[in-house]
Design a protein around this ligand. Structure first.
Ligand SMILES: NC(=O)c1ccc[n+]([C@@H]2O[C@H](COP(=O)([O-])OP(=O)(O)OC[C@H]3O[C@@H](n4cnc5c(N)ncnc54)[C@H](OP(=O)(O)O)[C@@H]3O)[C@@H](O)[C@H]2O)c1
Length: 284
């Protein structure tokens, strides 16, 4: 018998979904909404939190791995990406790690939320192929600043001159009065950067067939969200249903955006905030 050699795609290569900040909140909720054939890698800084999350995911029938990583340290992210690539083909990167105004100084918030996103997108895209996706989690705070303050000229520095990027943004944040407002300003600057940077990366990586989308949640009832209700909860009154989001709602939205069938969805921000931003601007 004779015939042609047929090169089939290695059907044994496993698909990998990496979730930064996957040990809790929105990241963990995304993991639970992923298809079970994907290997889930969750990362964060607190090992105990990751271990608990792994146990929960395994009980639900997932193959899940934990990897400790601080996304504000590029070397950590490089190692996380190498580890994930050693497990199979990286199909999804959900960058849900982040810190809110009550959690850090302006500089720390910018280092984690903004520069961390640069490291995640750059280091993972080196390993990713056609049909894969990066979802960067931003916030509806990205929509509160005028373009005169949050603009391309300032954003671009994050890739070319990190020190200058931090200096400029910390200086802007310090214009606010209270410590919380300073951190809130830095948070908004960092999250508007995430929206801009995800869109930029969609065009940088588009030729490789990698989609990049950002998602901007409103206030969501996670550990972080509950911490912010008192000082940062004013937008809830403008939401259509006058309530916070639930982590599982964001988890489902993000897992859907990451689904391969959404292949034409790239270069945009998905504002998933119960209508708060639109309500404040146009309806009320
Ligand atoms: N909840 C809200 O109301 C809300 C609203 C808008 C946007 N968001 C965004 O949604 C994302 C998820 O937040 P969440 O509400 O799910 O809060 P969360 O439960 O506190 O989750 C954030 C996760 O990020 C991890 N993390 C923080 N800093 C990190 C760092 N430097 N490196 C690696 N991991 C880090 C935390 O784990 P470790 O501390 O162990 O590292 C934690 O598991 C964040 O980007 C947040 O800004 C949330």
């Amino acid at each position: 018998m004779y015939g042609r050699m047929i090169h089939l795609k290695d059907s044994k290569e496993k698909e990998v979904c990496v979730i930064t900040g996957g040990g809790s909140g929105i990241g963990m909720a995304v993991a639970k909404n992923m298809p079970k054939h994907k290997i889930i890698v969750i990362s964060g800084r607190t090992v105990k939190k990751l271990e608990n999350a792994i146990n929960e995911l395994e009980d639900l029938g997932f193959e899940a791995h934990a990897f400790s990583c601080d996304i504000s340290i590029r070397e950590n992210v490089t190692h996380l990406a190498e580890y994930a690539a050693s497990l199979g083909e990286i199909k999804n990167v959900i960058n849900a790690a982040g810190m809110s105004p009550a959690m850090g100084t302006p500089k720390i918030l910018l280092q984690v939320n903004a520069l961390g996103t640069v490291y995640v997108n750059q280091e993972f895209s080196k390993h990713m192929k056609e049909g894969s996706v990066i979802v960067d989690v931003s916030s509806n705070s990205a929509y509160v600043l005028p373009k005169a303050i949050a603009n391309k000229k300032i954003f671009e520095k994050a890739e070319t001159d990190e020190e200058a990027y931090l200096r400029k943004n910390v200086k802007l944040s310090n214009l606010a009065r209270s410590e919380y407002q300073k951190a809130g300003f830095a948070y908004a600057l960092s999250k508007s950067f995430v929206v801009w940077y995800a869109a930029k990366c969609a065009f940088d990586y588009g030729r490789k067939g990698i989609r990049v989308v950002s998602v901007s949640p409103g206030l969501v009832a996670t550990d972080m969200g509950n911490l912010e209700v008192e000082e940062g909860g004013d937008l809830i009154q403008y939401s259509a249903e006058k309530r916070m989001g639930r982590p599982e709602e964001l988890g489902f939205a993000i897992a859907t955006i990451a689904d391969e069938r959404n292949g034409y969805l790239t270069g945009v921000d998905i504002l998933c905030d119960g209508g708060s931003t639109v309500g404040k601007k146009y309806v009320r």
